[in-house]
Design a protein around this ligand. Structure first.
Ligand code: UDP
Length: 234
């Protein structure tokens, strides 16, 4: 059983059965899945993406600078974090939303000691705003956060149950890895785990990443308990 984990949820997952925005039913379901983990005594930090609204690299151009596009992306993660925090609390999960960007009217600032204090009190910490800096995604921000808060593992919830040798949505013969090394993931461009900067950080600091299917009941709790589900990259 891990003492503290970082759960990365993408914006796409939060949109659930919808094309964009937030699926409140799915978010409430996730809240109850995370509750199982917290009740088992594992501290949970959540880094939430914003791809259901804005991905900086996709919208930059047509007069919008890349830095501005990334700022918009960070704000979209903040919108998700705020929604998720309320939905978690409504489901009886003690949760705090911390912001990596200045947003004092809407959330507590991300301060290392404050985050630690909330986690030690058993509160789930949801971080909005990514890393607070442009040119990276929430995968990289998740790795920085996991290292900063001494998380023992990164749990990356995805659409499919792990890492495959090629995209399983396009190739029926795609093969799933049970385990994988970061070296293998970096060397093979067809293998998609996280973006390269996130992979490099995880590899350098030897923190495992468990990639698993988001919408499977009990999956987050099993991964947090250290069970081999999906694919473990280390
Ligand atoms: N972003 C950023 N800095 C960060 C994290 C995110 O600039 O530290 C911006 C970036 O534009 C990114 C967007 O926020 O595309 C949304 O995050 P991401 O694409 O990682 O969301 P996901 O695909 O996980 O839903």
């Amino acid at each position: 059983m891990y003492k503290r984990i970082l759960l990365k949820l993408s914006g796409e997952q939060l949109s659930g059965k919808y094309e964009g925005g937030i699926d409140p039913e799915f978010a409430a379901w996730v809240a109850n899945e995370v509750k199982k983990v917290a009740d088992n005594g594992t501290q949970v930090v959540i880094m939430v993406g914003g791809g259901n609204m804005v991905r900086g690299a996709e919208i930059a151009g047509h007069g919008i600078k890349r830095v501005t596009a990334d700022h918009m992306g960070m704000l979209s993660t903040m919108i998700n974090a705020l929604a998720l925090t309320d939905i978690f609390e409504e489901q009886g999960v003690k949760t705090r939303c911390l912001s990596a960007i200045f947003a004092t009217q809407v959330a507590e600032p991300f301060v290392h000691r404050l985050a630690n204090k909330h986690l030690e009190k058993g509160r789930v910490v949801i971080v909005g705003g990514g890393s607070g800096r442009p040119y990276v995604t929430t995968d990289t921000a998740a790795l920085i956060l996991a290292l900063e808060l001494d998380c023992e593992a990164v749990l990356k919830a995805t659409k499919v149950d792990g890492v495959f040798d090629k995209d399983p949505a396009l190739h029926a013969d795609a093969v799933k890895f049970d385990t994988l090394t970061y070296q293998e993931a970096v060397a093979d461009g067809a293998i998609k785990v996280m973006d390269k900067s996130a992979l490099a950080m995880a590899m350098e600091h030897s923190i495992p990443t468990v990639v698993f299917q988001a919408d499977v009941e009990g999956a987050i709790a099993r991964a947090a308990a250290g069970e081999n589900i999906g694919t473990t990259v280390r």
